[in-house]
Write a protein that binds this ligand. Structure first.
Ligand SMILES: [Zn+2]
Length: 481
């Protein structure tokens, strides 16, 4: 172990890393008090039309159901609406291995048989959780493109909150698919934010551990990851123990809240707030990325928690109230009608609109029977195995770890050298992306030139992103997201 070679956070006023380029101070980018935050909503066109396969629990159609409820409630009048472009290869390579992206691009249901050996290498195919399906790569490009566009908009200061329900695929690894996730749009979005901001907080309320994001930033102290999830040896992905706290520079910058079946609204919300308040106060993030996997709701087909939509949404509201730039993403969720209700409700929370309980007429109205309400009863079906004592023990352990974040890490701030901003020749960028980079953007999602600036914040020696294989258990039970 090299623990003694590195200062812990509390030892040093600056956090050490290997970067050579600094960035302007953007720490004061806080939503103005008394003004409604600006919300930008990203929905890639046709993203609900993909199919993982007849019997597969992941249904992209839930994204269209969500969008229909959002539009049915008239929320488009309270937000800017964006149909983002697809992510380019270069953008995907900001995190993923080129051979892996190459495989994702090449493989089709027709040639999957002849590429089965490669498939096995990347955990993709009929024997894996991640099947090959028609236009799979386009699906990945769409949801990742949306998270990247949302992150760019947020980093530019052109919006306070950005939402992409098609994103949040937190299990994908640098060179491997996992748990229904192929490309990790969250890691890509966070890397985009890190080009402009010193610290990003990642919060994950999916029922599954946010292992792909944790792994990517396990060695970094610029991203603090916090995941609330069910943890047991036989539940996917099998990681997310309290003892996984990060390593090297990233020690104490990964937090895990391992829970048992049936956690109810009251326990979840009080633990969530008890963990998040000191985390945000101590880490002082420049922005927050919130993964809102809806498989933590009661009555999910794969999840075994007992949360109501109101409680899930209360976590979103609580984080919004901190007034920091906020990127909100989807994730798991395997009861389509619940997912759509939940994310529509949370869109309302973010847009500051109270939605009536009667669902509005929409193209998928019949999916929401028999009650046709926004808040159907979802709770009380599973016994709560979390005792007061076990939850208190988790709370105390995490608070203890947070003491090591005594004062936020800092980076030495300088002006961005002009030639860095000019990495892409001006004429290669369209007007929107130029404006976005200058901080007075409107939108950058229409660029289609296949170009992207080099990610200056990525340590060229790999210091920010873990290259290695999994943290904690390398034996992952292959069940579900
Ligand atoms: Zn999940």
């Amino acid at each position: 172990m090299r623990l003694n070679d590195f200062p812990t956070f509390s030892d040093s006023p600056f956090f050490y890393d290997r970067r050579t380029i600094s960035i302007p101070q953007q720490e004061q980018h806080i939503v103005q008090p008394h003004s409604a935050p600006k919300v930008a909503y990203y929905h890639p066109q046709g993203v609900g039309n993909y199919h993982y396969g007849e019997r597969h629990p992941m249904r992209p159609q839930r994204l269209e159901l969500t969008n229909q409820l959002v539009l049915g409630y008239g929320l488009q009048d309270k937000m800017t609406m964006h149909a983002p472009r697809k992510a380019t290869d270069e953008e995907l390579l900001g995190f993923h291995d080129s051979d892996y992206i190459d495989f994702l691009r090449r493989v089709t249901p027709k040639n999957a048989g002849s590429l089965a050996n490669d498939g096995a290498k990347y955990s993709i195919g009929e024997n894996y959780d991640c099947p090959v399906f028609y236009d799979m790569f386009a699906f990945c490009q769409q949801y990742a493109g949306a998270s990247l566009a949302a992150a760019r908009k947020l980093a530019s200061g052109a919006t306070d909150i950005a939402v992409n329900w098609s994103g949040g695929l937190h299990h994908a690894k640098k060179g491997e698919a996992s748990g229904f996730c192929y490309v990790n749009d969250i890691v890509l979005g966070i890397l985009e934010l890190l080009r402009h901001q010193p610290r990003v907080l990642y919060i994950d309320i999916d029922i599954h551990h946010g292992d792909g994001v944790q792994e990517a930033f396990y060695l970094s102290n610029r991203v603090l990851t916090v995941s609330f999830h069910k943890y047991s040896a036989d539940f996917f992905p099998g990681t997310g123990n309290l003892s996984e706290i990060g390593s090297d520079l990233g020690k104490y910058f990964s937090l895990n809240v391992p829970l048992q079946d049936g956690i109810d609204d009251e326990s979840y919300i009080s633990l969530f707030k008890a963990v998040m308040e000191p985390t945000i106060t101590n880490f002082r993030p420049s922005s927050i990325v919130l993964q809102c996997g809806a498989d933590s709701l009661g009555c999910d087909r794969l999840g075994t928690f007992n949360l109501s939509i109101a409680a899930h949404g209360e976590c979103v509201r609580y984080i919004k109230e901190f007034g920091l730039p906020l990127l909100v993403l989807g994730g798991g969720g395997y009861r389509q009608s619940s997912v759509a209700r939940c994310w529509a409700y949370e869109t309302g929370v973010l847009a500051g609109v109270q939605l009536p309980d009667d669902l509005p007429p929409n193209n998928y109205y019949e999916f929401f029977g028999p009650d046709y309400k926004l808040h159907p009863p979802l709770t009380g079906h599973i016994q709560n195995l979390n005792t007061k004592q076990s939850l208190e023990r988790i709370r105390m352990t995490i608070r203890e770890k947070l003491r090591y974040l005594n004062g936020a890490p800092s980076v030495q701030m300088q002006e961005i050298p002009p030639d860095l901003m000019g990495f892409l020749a001006d004429e290669e960028r369209n007007k929107e992306e130029r404006e976005e980079e200058e901080g007075n953007a409107d939108a950058g999602e229409h660029r289609d030139d296949g170009k992207q600036k080099h990610n200056e914040w990525m340590d060229r020696e790999g210091g920010d992103v873990a290259n290695g294989r999994p943290i904690g258990s390398t034996k992952r039970p292959r069940i579900k997201v």
